[in-house]
Every structure is written in C-alpha cells, then in structure tokens.
Design a protein around this ligand. Structure first.
Ligand code: PLP
Length: 408
C-alpha cells in the first residue's frame, strides 16, 4: 500500500501563539479531571465568578430566540447597529452612522476580519507589549510582522509615543492600542492618546483601538475614546458585551469605523467581503446589544468603593504588594494585575515552567508574562475576579509558592 504522509498543520500556524489557553490550561484541565480543585486566575471570564449578566439582557435574548433563527445581515441586525451608532454619538462622535458599525462574534471575530482584510505578507503592525495576544497571533497568521512597542511599568504601564514613533517604518500599516489595558490594567491619559493619534496622522497609519474594557475604570481614571480625538485619522474602535455586560459566552461585540472613510473604500470592501464570508454573527447575541447599551448600566455598581470589582482589586493589590520581591502597579481599569518578580530574588529562566509549577503545587492557575508577548520571564498575570475570600486564599498560595522558591 502507498505510504501517505501524516496530516500536518499549515506552516503559517507555526508562528502563531495564544498561550493563555495553551499548555498551562491543558495541564489545569488534566488536574481537574484527576479530582483537584483549581483556582482559575487565568482568564477574564466573569460569569463563573458570579458576575452574572443583568436580567434585562438575558430576558431580551430569550425573548428573541424565536425570531433569531435565521441568518442576519453580515454586518449585524439593524436595531443593534443603530444602538451602537447612537452610543458613539452620545460619546461625542456626532457623525456615527449605522453603516459605520459592524457586529461580530465578540471583538475577537472583528479583530480577525479587520486584520485579515488589511495585512499583506511583510506588513508591519505596531502592537503593545505586553499585549492581548490575539493581536500578535493574528498578525503573524496573516504573515504580517508584529512590531512591539513597550509599555513602561515604571510609568503606569503607559507607552511612550517617542518609542512608538521610532518603530514606524514604511511598511507600517496600523497601530494598535488596548485601552484600558489587558494585561496591565493601565488607562492612558489624554496627552499620550493625542500623541498616538498624531503619529497615525503624520505617518498615515490606521488606528485600531481595542476598548473592550472602556466602562471598567476605577477612582479618577478617565477613559477617553481614541476616536473622539480626531476626525482625520482612520480609526476602528472595538468593544462588546463580554466584559462590561458579563456575557462573554454570548459572543457579541461590535466595531465602529470613523475618520476619513473615503480614503479607505477599497479596504472597507475587503472588510465587507470578510464579514460576508462568515455569513453573520450569532444572531441571539446581537439581540442583547440594544438592551445592554440602552438599559441600566449595572457595571457602575461594581467599580466604585464597596463594589465587588473595586474591592477585589484593592485586596489583590495590597496582598501582592506585601510579598517580598513582588512589585505591582495598581490597575486603573479592567481586572488584571501584571506583577513583576524581582530577578535578584526570583531568577526565573522560563516563566511558563514557573507558572506550571505554581499550578502543580498550589493548584492556582495564572498566565505567564511571555503569553502576552512580554520581553522577560519575570512577570505573570492574574485576574481579580474571585470573591475576596477566594482571592486572598489564592494569593496566600502564591506567597507560599514564592517563599519556597526563595528558600530553595
Ligand atoms: N480584546 C481584549 C483586550 C481582551 O481582553 C479580550 C478578551 O479577553 C478580547 C479583545 C476578546 O473579547 P471578545 O470576548 O469580545 O471576543
């Protein structure tokens, strides 16, 4: 019989990483099957921690199930797109129209579509490091070059516009910002955003603004939508229901396209084609959008003193800061901390092996810094979603593990 070769994955996947759901998560699942209880501080998945969706959203989905059986328009249902356009109008983007809005199976789907339509092999995309790794992973998948600009942990994890600009080349096509930031919890001030917008203006770059955490900010942090800062920079703003409205499983997100669209007609044709190829976003999820945007904004209760997200953030920050050799910046937004382990005390050679050991010993699952394309092995990310008691117990476990590491 003829010898066939084994089936293998496409070569272009060899450069694609998404370690947040990689070997560590697989090992955690194995331990769970073996009967261990794992505290999962690795993914910003709110519902399992008791952050349930507002009832109105669930009821709206349920009510619409009978009418949501068919495909919708590829860009999404009209009522939801109108609601998104109106939402951005109230935020100061007075020209926002329904045609500028696309709905997606979460923001992930829309990032996929917009990068697919954009990148030719060798094109450079400026992406923060640390990043939300989908941006780097997809850029690599489409054979573009992710060029990372550094967010500075000694300066609130803000990026430095000068450093960003020094990385612009004639192959650079777009600049990605994630604000509020995953994994650092940073919220960018106006001057930095204005400087970033100006870089895009002067170098003719597309600005891709991932603002999925826009309503999750704390204390005085002011969230400024990048698209409000210019009308002459082509900008795509991404957001959705996964975080603020706690329904990540409904896979419902949107993007809003603003700026000089007349200079992007060909690109937008490509975006439409990509949207058409995947038929349409999941229709029940789209029905939740109008109610989410127009209804009671219950996230507000969670992010003020006394609110769960606020309190957990405080507890996690304080407790981590007390551990010897752990340096951590308090988050201004989102729900992640990205602590640094002092290399004098914890000389870590391989951060993935390090968090794997933490998992095996303490049954606590966090993500290693390099999973976010970070540049050293001294960081890890944890989500602050568990209720205070569970969070304290988990951080105690991390402290115990670190103490053993120090003494070893
Ligand atoms: N962008 C950022 C910065 C995220 O943190 C996430 C999810 O964690 C996403 C996008 C993907 O969100 P969605 O559930 O809407 O696909």
């Amino acid at each position: 019989m003829e010898e066939f070769q084994d089936f293998t994955q496409a070569t272009k996947l060899r450069n694609v990483r998404y370690d947040v759901r990689g070997p560590i998560a697989v090992e955690a699942a194995r331990l769970e099957r073996a009967g261990h209880r794992i505290t999962k501080l690795n993914i910003g998945n709110m519902a399992p921690f008791g952050f349930e969706a507002p009832d109105s959203i669930m009821m709206d989905m349920i009510r619409h199930l009978p009418t949501a059986q068919g495909y919708s328009d590829s860009a999404g249902i009209y009522s939801a797109r109108t609601a998104v356009a109106q939402y951005y109008q109230t935020k100061g983007m007075r020209d926002a129209k329904v045609e500028d809005v696309y709905l997606g199976n979460g923001v992930s789907d829309l990032i996929t579509i917009t990068l697919q339509a954009l990148i030719n092999p060798g094109d450079e995309i400026l992406i923060p490091t640390p990043d939300y790794p989908l941006w780097t992973g997809l850029t690599a998948l489409y054979q573009g070059i992710p060029v990372h600009y550094i967010c500075d942990e000694n300066n609130h994890w803000w990026p430095d516009p000068e450093e960003i600009e020094s990385k612009v080349t004639e192959r650079t096509k777009a600049l990605v910002i994630i604000n509020p930031n995953n994994p650092t919890g940073a919220v960018y001030p106006r001057e930095i955003l204005e400087a970033i917008v100006d870089i895009c203006r002067r170098h003719n770059l597309m600005l891709l603004a991932d603002e999925i955490y826009e309503k999750i900010t704390y204390d005085d942090a002011e969230m400024i939508n990048a698209a409000t800062l210019s009308d002459d920079v082509f900008t795509i703003t991404y957001s959705g229901l996964s975080k603020t409205w706690r329904v990540a499983g409904y896979r419902s997100g949107w993007m809003y396209i603003s700026g000089p669209k007349h200079r992007a007609l060909d690109y937008l044709e490509g975006v439409q084609l990509m949207a058409n190829l995947r038929m349409c976003p999941n229709v029940p999820g789209q029905h939740a959008v109008q109610t989410a945007l127009g209804g009671y904004q219950s996230i507000q209760e969670l992010i003020v003193p006394g609110g769960r997200l606020y309190e957990q953030r405080d507890v996690a920050y304080k407790q981590l800061s007390e551990i010897e050799g752990v340096e951590v910046s308090q988050m201004d937004g989102a729900m992640y901390l990205f602590p640094r382990l002092d290399p004098e005390i914890y000389p870590i050679e391989n951060d993935e092996a390090f968090v794997m050991e933490l998992l095996r010993q303490q049954k606590i699952l966090v993500s290693h810094g390099r999973a976010f394309n970070w540049i050293d092995d001294q960081h890890f990310r944890l989500v602050t979603l568990p209720a205070v008691e569970e969070l304290q117990e988990a951080i105690d476990g991390i402290a115990t593990f670190l103490a053993q590491y120090r003494d070893a």
